[in-house]
Ligand binder design. Structure first.
Ligand code: ADP
Length: 595
């Protein structure tokens, strides 16, 4: 964390107060009221005990005692011990009532603030531009949205307690000033000195918080990598390596937590010893040097014995808050980074694209700038993808086929040149509308761990039963779904694991079709399929032929024989284009990239 403690606290406070608004004032008001009822209870203790005659204090008449005598004389009631105790019980009752409301309000504010941070970050991540997102570690997002936000919630809990204790300590100190200005000043100075002495431990709490955050993030990375690559890990018998890596980060996190606990306990010990030393000294000074009446000494000692543990608590809460700050700063920075890379969201309902004639790539240049080592670039690419026809892009792995599809979907943008949908240039401003017209089927299909019906309806929640079965038929998926015991209500498992690769692909195609897209992009969708599954997808493509513009990306030539147009892509350049029978490289068997 590069920010200093005051700067980090300022940023946190600003964010928290901006969110809470008036409620922060209400919470503070309740805390102050609570403090007052508690303070008045203590302040009334001596005069009431004195007035009731329960304790004989000789000739001593303090300021508060005088005030209460006059007040009671005015009311004209003779006070007994019963009255004193009743008033005390009433004050404690009022205190408890405010305490009850304040606890509920604090909890609500904390939970809502946590929820606000989580949803705000989630939205920011969801709308980031693809190039930014694809460079980030997904596990860092998961970690930020779960563990980090949870730490901020704990920190906010401590912050609210810090506020509560802080106000009460302030009120106690004011009361102490009323009773004995000399002793109260002494308390204040001593407490400040004690807190200054503990400053190095605060810095340590911050560093430990930073390390804990980092190790926890690495632990999540290691976990996510292992779970995503579980099959490979098992095949290579690399479980021990993965477990070792995870354990290392987990152990480091544990070490940081234990070290923070030691730091906290050390502070607590220093605070406690300091408090006892101070109360003894205070008692001695009050009784032997300043000669404060014994009843006042007792109340003062009672008061300070309540202040000092609270100062110790204050410090504990403060350290917990500091320990959380690295998580807050990280979330804050991540949020800002995501916001900087936001896609432009257009809420316009007007139809910008209709796709009548087709899509044109005009002098398109593109280069990935994230990987300086990558030599790949698309140079002055020109081509036309006609409407309602099948266009196939073929080429060896790394030729730039998926890059072309990403450009077409507006996930990335040309450095120079432009892509036109009919006559309208595809830009960041209108890409939202354009994507509504696209159905995309990637090689690595994503299905949610839900029913087949839910997976299909996610793109068109209003689809009727007939529409669902129609698209399943078009995608050659109706037979296998009918044969499942639960039909459309079959749960597909995580990422559709309970289905075969071919079935997943056909469901993904059905889902794309249910959106009634004007353009369907099949990005290497049949590459990993067996022959019979591939034939089924082929027949599905034939079924929808003419209904929409189809872009098939493949490096298996058999897939694209029937395409209306084939573009041969090599090193980011179109080297040939035409129908199957027109392509020299195919006819002369020069295509070396077929599997
Ligand atoms: P194809 O789909 O033809 O196999 P791609 O379009 O996926 O090829 O990739 C073309 C080239 O761009 C490859 O050399 C690949 O390494 C590079 N590339 C792809 N994605 C990225 C990225 N996000 N950052 C940097 N380089 C990339």
């Amino acid at each position: 964390m590069t920010e200093s403690i005051p700067k980090a606290i300022y940023l946190y406070l600003k964010s928290f107060l901006d969110f809470c608004g008036i409620r922060a004032g209400v919470a503070l008001g309740l805390i102050i009221f609570k403090g007052f009822t508690q303070g008045i209870g203590i302040l009334m203790l001596i005069p009431l005990l004195h007035i009731s005659g329960f304790i004989n204090t000789g000739n001593y008449k303090g300021k508060s005692s005088q005030f209460f005598s006059e007040l009671i004389d005015g009311i004209g009631i003779s006070f007994t011990l019963m009255h004193v105790l009743l008033i005390y019980v009433l004050l404690v009752g009022i205190y408890s009532f405010f305490n009850y409301y304040q606890t509920i309000l604090n909890n609500k504010i904390n939970q809502e603030y946590t929820q606000f941070l989580r949803i705000r970050l989630y939205k920011a991540i969801a709308y980031t531009e693809w190039p930014f997102f694809s460079q980030c570690k997904k596990s860092d997002f998961t970690h930020a949205l779960t563990s980090e936000i949870q730490r901020i919630s704990s920190g906010t809990h401590f912050f609210l307690n810090l506020m509560g204790s802080g106000v009460i300590v302030l009120i106690y100190i004011v009361l102490a000033f009323i009773m004995s200005p000399v002793l109260a000043t002494l308390t204040f100075v001593s407490a400040t000195l004690l807190l200054l002495m503990l400053r190095p431990l605060n810095k340590k709490a911050l560093n430990l918080g930073s390390n804990l955050r980092l190790n926890s993030e690495r632990m999540y990375q290691s976990l996510s990598e292992h779970l995503n690559g579980m099959k490979e890990t098992k095949c290579y018998s690399a479980e021990e390596q993965q477990i070792g890596r995870f354990t290392r980060f987990s152990q480091k996190s544990l070490d940081e937590l234990l070290r923070f606990n030691i730091t906290r306990s050390k502070s607590l010990m220093i605070n406690e010893v300091g408090a006892v030393l101070f109360i003894s000294l205070l008692f001695y000074l009050a009784a032997e040097i300043v000669h404060v009446p014994i009843l006042s000494v007792l109340v003062l000692v009672y008061l300070f014995s309540r202040i000092l543990p609270r100062i110790s608590n204050l410090h504990q809460f403060y350290q917990q808050l500091i320990n959380m700050l690295p998580s807050f700063i990280h979330i804050n920075n991540l949020q800002k980074k995501c916001m900087k890379s936001q896609e432009v969201r257009s809420d316009s309902q007007s139809e910008i694209f209709k796709l009548k004639s087709g899509i044109r790539f005009e002098e398109v240049n593109f280069q990935y700038n994230s990987h300086e080592s990558s030599q790949f670039q698309i140079c002055n690419l020109n081509c036309k993808i006609p409407n309602s026809k099948i266009t196939a892009i073929i080429g060896p792995s790394g030729a730039g086929k998926s890059t072309m599809a990403d450009l077409l979907m507006g996930l990335i943008y040309p450095g120079n040149g432009a892509i036109f949908i009919d006559q309208v240039e595809l830009t960041k401003e209108n890409v939202g509308h354009w994507r509504q017209l696209i159905g995309y089927v990637p090689q690595d299909t994503f299905l949610f761990n839900d029913t087949i019906r839910a997976n299909l309806e996610m793109v068109n929640p209003k689809a009727t039963e007939k529409e669902i079965w129609d698209v399943l038929k078009n995608a050659a998926a109706d037979d296998f779904v009918k044969n499942l015991v639960n039909g459309l209500d079959t749960i597909v498992g995580e990422r559709g694991q309970s289905l075969s690769g071919g079935e997943r692909q056909r469901l993904a195609l059905a889902r794309a079709l249910l959106r009634r897209p004007q353009v369907i992009i099949l990005d290497e969708a049949t590459n990993s399929l067996d022959e019979s599954s591939e034939l089924k997808i082929q027949s599905a493509i034939q079924q929808i032929r003419g209904q929409c513009t189809i872009l098939v990306i493949a490096h298996r030539l058999s897939t694209i024989k029937t395409a209306d147009q084939i573009l041969v892509l090599e090193n980011g350049k179109i080297t040939e284009s035409g129908k199957w029978e027109d392509l020299q490289s195919i006819q002369q068997n020069k295509c070396t990239f077929e599997n």
